[in-house]
Design a protein around this ligand. Structure first.
Ligand SMILES: Cc1cc2nc3c(=O)[nH]c(=O)nc-3n(C[C@H](O)[C@H](O)[C@H](O)COP(=O)(O)OP(=O)(O)OC[C@H]3O[C@@H](n4cnc5c(N)ncnc54)[C@H](O)[C@@H]3O)c2cc1C
Length: 386
């Protein structure tokens, strides 16, 4: 299941592979998959990537990124995941960075982009609210203009890594008297501002990734508004395309499936089981199809072609496949997945975190816009074409 690369691309791949071999953090207690769980490990990793100039790996040279082609970005991400490198936090590099490049003022670009690129400031995403998840435009967090500031009141929920972040980018309501999408603005808020309270939400995988964030009379300078007042919905739609494309998680799925196949091959009882062989083959075929679809979308984006259904397709199929691989892991691993087993040698090393992974990945069909809502988006786009 290999893609053909040019000799230059192969040389690039060898360079990235060697760098990953030398630099990916190793910790027996912190396996590198899915979402980062360990703040110190993650910050150190991102600083290392930043020092090499590879943290903002999808950015053009004009903003201090490496200016890689679509194929180079793909190779980089695949090699990172194959080497077990933690994923790069998407909020600054993947989500806010491109938004500021397209909608931000020169002052905002100068102030915020270098700090993201150099791993000096971490961001989180304040979109969802208790009554505004799938129906995001129903959000109620208010930002009232008072002189040279906005005063923000309200609540966000499911805010990944708010407790790690220096800043939050938020959708806020600046006008309640216009149709709901038109009254939304995009605001960047310093997490150290007086009036912000963070309350942790612990999830079924046993970790603390998520939070509620409360805003009480939080003052935000008006220069932190991105774009125009009322342009927040347009900006959010632009951002969510990048978020959904990233959630496909092809590189991570390849690593997980590769590890599972290795364990099965090394165990004669599992290797000779036709049901396991069929299941692994089906997963490989689906992953290959997803990989090609992902490459096609990246190529369309690089050529500036309009993007339609593709991010939703990637989000749905990518999350379904992550869940299917983690289910196969649990069922093939059986008793070896019991998290309290202390022997971490052999196949138990692979299965040790399978239950945690399985439980975390229940959420992948919900975050970034639930899969049901993605299907609605696709249906609307398709019907509009006919
Ligand atoms: C692990 C995790 C991390 C997250 N991180 C962030 C973050 O960092 N920042 C952030 O802003 N948000 C984050 N979210 C929130 C996420 O975007 C929302 O959970 C998601 O959009 C769904 O919204 P909801 O939870 O309010 O569910 P609801 O909108 O209440 O949906 C409940 C159920 O109803 C279904 N449903 C709703 N409307 C429709 C419809 N019209 N048609 C068919 N079915 C429908 C949904 O598919 C879902 O199954 C995160 C969520 C999770 C689980």
């Amino acid at each position: 299941m290999n893609i053909d690369f040019t000799p230059d691309e192969e040389a690039f791949r060898a360079e990235v592979r060697e760098w990953m071999r030398q630099n990916v953090p190793r910790s027996p207690e912190a396996p590198n998959f899915g979402i980062p769980n360990d703040y110190e490990l993650n910050r150190a990793w991102e600083r290392k990537l930043a020092d090499k100039g590879w943290l903002a790996y999808s950015w053009p040279k004009a903003y201090g990124g490496p200016g890689w082609t679509v194929t180079q970005r793909y190779i980089f991400d695949a090699e990172r995941a194959l080497a077990g490198g933690p994923p790069i936090s998407p909020f600054g590099v993947i989500m806010l960075g491109p938004v500021l490049m397209k909608f931000g003022s020169q002052a905002q670009k100068d102030r915020y982009l270098p700090a993201i690129r150099d791993a000096k400031e971490a961001w989180c995403q304040g979109f969802s609210e208790p009554q505004a998840g799938s129906d995001l435009a129903a959000l109620k967090t208010r930002a009232e203009r008072r002189g040279d500031r906005y005063v923000v009141n309200g609540q966000k929920i499911w805010t990944t890594h708010a407790h790690w972040a220096d800043f939050i980018f938020c959708l806020v309501r600046t006008d309640a008297d216009v149709p709901k999408q038109q009254g939304i603005s995009f605001l960047m808020i310093d997490m150290r501002s007086p009036g912000i309270e963070i309350r942790p939400i612990r999830t079924i995988d046993g970790h603390h990734h998520l939070n509620e964030v409360f805003f009480t009379d939080v003052e935000v300078p008006i220069e932190n508004l991105v774009g125009q007042e009322g342009q927040g919905w347009t900006i959010a739609k632009y951002l969510l395309v990048n978020e959904r494309t990233g959630i496909a998680g092809v590189a991570e799925s390849k690593r997980q499936l590769g590890m599972l196949r290795k364990v099965v091959a090394a165990d004669p009882a599992r290797a000779s089981d036709p049901a396991i062989a069929r299941r692994l083959a089906e997963l490989r075929v689906q992953l290959l199809a997803l990989e090609y679809t992902h490459l096609r979308v990246l190529d369309l984006a690089a050529r500036g072609s309009p993007i339609g259904l593709e991010p939703s397709v990637l989000k749905i199929k990518g999350s379904e496949l992550q869940q299917a691989i983690s289910e196969a892991e649990l069922e093939i691993g059986g008793l070896e997945c019991l998290p309290w087993l202390t022997d971490v040698s052999g196949s138990i090393r692979t299965f040790k975190w399978a239950a945690e992974r399985y439980n975390f990945l229940r959420a992948s069909s919900i975050f970034g816009g639930s899969n049901e809502v993605q299907k609605n988006i696709m249906a609307k786009l398709l019907l509009a074409q006919h």
